[in-house]
Design a binder for this molecule. Structure first.
Ligand SMILES: NC(=O)c1ccc[n+]([C@@H]2O[C@H](COP(=O)([O-])OP(=O)(O)OC[C@H]3O[C@@H](n4cnc5c(N)ncnc54)[C@H](O)[C@@H]3O)[C@@H](O)[C@H]2O)c1
Length: 434
């Protein structure tokens, strides 16, 4: 919400953001921003000071503020993995309770196909209860921004998908997005169901690429091949390309895991067995365990009493988001097996503290060096830029059992070995010091 609101205000719109969380609104109104996103704090401040960006907990005030009502609330997985629509439908209801004239209700949350109909139905029912005869249109406008690069993605989108066949809404949406559409046509109008499915299709495709490479990397290890050479070998084919084919210790975050799962549930709900999606998720869940098994094997199957230095807690660089992060799977497996963790992340340290609180087997460190103090081995889980070129000799001197578990294939195994450290990575043979 914060990114969309700030970017729409940045081009001159007046925007009011509504949230039910009073602490979040209070923070935003006092100049803070609840998430880490490069450039966001300054953008929010600039637009707040210009009077174009307002924050409130008052739904009525928000509904009366504008013709366009974006729904951008969470759609977390419910117990069976389907997208939980309660927050989306609660907003639809608030809009219908308070509206006094025509509204375009734009769904930006990632929602299953058919949600547009459910939102329209909830608005109709609520209006009927009020005895109010008011016009509205429901539009799907899925969000494609990437955390960590969200502002750039919003300001210069690859495409803007808008699901509506209503000529009035098409005109309003075209006008709203005109400032982001100057260089070439990026607006793609389609029917609402296709727009809803486009979002899931995009995330499922990206997740599939990652799981494909992870599957191949496990196979490469068994077959004695080097996945990094295979990656370059296939990426150079323009039909495949180099993007999103990095092997690693699994994908996480607030989108891929939940969206793949939700699409799978949508398919099952209409009697279709989505075999590929099920495999993409299963491969990823297994991949998140790979670092722990490598560490455990290194110690002959017993990590009890060991201390692991862990670099990178966020699910990817440039964010503090730890939802479904691979670091969590690793830490929790280590704790379960009786090991301790000394963790460092440039941004997500507070988030880790919030999630795990104080516990004896987790020490959150102030910098990467401190995480090495007293540790047996080092695991690198997130590819933050500051982890790319460390002083390997220094790492060797600090670790009791000098070995790096490189969950993102950041390092040249030979350079690590030359410094006197063992190197374990993804899809390659482990290599030992010369
Ligand atoms: N985070 C991303 O990078 C990203 C990218 C693309 C799409 N999306 C989609 O956007 C949606 C939002 O994601 P997020 O990460 O911002 O979620 P989030 O959980 O961080 O934030 C959701 C906010 O909605 C508020 N909320 C809940 N019910 C409300 C109500 N009735 N009225 C007003 N506010 C209410 C919550 O208090 C919370 O602050 C999801 O559907 C997600 O899949 C997110």
């Amino acid at each position: 919400m914060e990114v969309d609101g700030a970017c729409l205000a940045e081009v001159g719109n007046k925007v009011m953001c509504v949230d039910v969380d009073p602490a979040k609104i209070e923070l935003l109104n006092s100049g803070g921003v609840p998430i880490y996103e490069p450039g966001l704090t300054e953008m929010v401040r600039r637009n707040r000071e210009a009077g174009r960006l307002l924050f409130t907990t008052d739904a009525k005030e928000g509904v009366n503020f504008g013709t366009i009502q974006f729904i951008a609330v969470g759609t977390p997985p419910d117990e069976d993995g389907s997208a939980d629509l309660q927050y989306v439908l609660a907003v639809a209801e608030s809009i219908a309770q308070h509206m006094t004239d025509f509204k375009i209700v734009v769904d930006k949350s990632t929602v299953p196909v058919g949600t547009g109909d459910k939102v329209a139905e909830r608005i109709r029912q609520t209006l009927a209860k009020r005895g109010a005869d008011l016009e509205f249109d429901v539009v799907s406008n899925p969000e494609f921004l990437k955390e960590g690069a969200a502002i750039g993605d919003f300001m210069k989108p690859d495409r803007i998908v808008v699901g509506t066949e209503n000529p009035r809404s098409i005109e309003v949406m075209r006008e709203l997005y005109a400032p982001f559409n100057r260089n070439h046509e990026r607006l793609l109008f389609m029917d609402i169901r296709s727009a809803e499915l486009t979002k899931y299709a995009a995330n499922a495709m990206l997740a599939t690429k990652i799981s494909f490479m992870n599957e191949l990397s496990n196979l490469a290890e068994i077959l004695g091949a080097d996945i990094e050479q295979v990656r370059i070998g296939i990426g150079s084919d323009p039909r495949i390309g180099f993007q999103f084919i990095y092997p690693g210790c699994g994908y996480g975050g607030s989108c891929f895991p939940k969206d793949v799962q939700a699409l799978e549930k949508t398919a099952l709900g209409v009697g279709y067995s989505p075999q590929l999606l099920t495999a993409v998720e299963a491969v990823n869940n297994r991949q998140k365990e790979v670092l722990f098994s490598k560490i455990s094997q290194h110690f002959g199957g017993n990590v009890a009493g060991k201390t692991v230095a862990l670099w990178g807690l966020a699910f990817k660089p440039n964010t503090d988001d730890m939802r479904a992060a691979s670091s969590r799977t690793l830490m929790e497996a280590l704790w379960e097996a009786g090991a301790k963790v000394r963790a460092f992340d440039p941004i997500a340290h507070e988030e880790a503290q919030r999630i795990y609180g104080d516990r004896d087997d987790l020490h959150i460190c102030a910098n990467a060096d401190e995480a090495l103090d007293g540790a047996d081995v080092l695991a690198v889980v997130t590819e933050w830029i500051e982890f790319r070129s460390p002083d390997f000799a220094d790492i060797r001197d600090k670790l009791k059992s000098p070995a790096i578990f490189d969950g993102r294939n950041l390092y040249d195994p030979q350079a690590v070995n030359r410094a006197g450290l063992a190197h374990y990575s993804i899809g390659r043979q482990p290599t030992q010091p010369n």
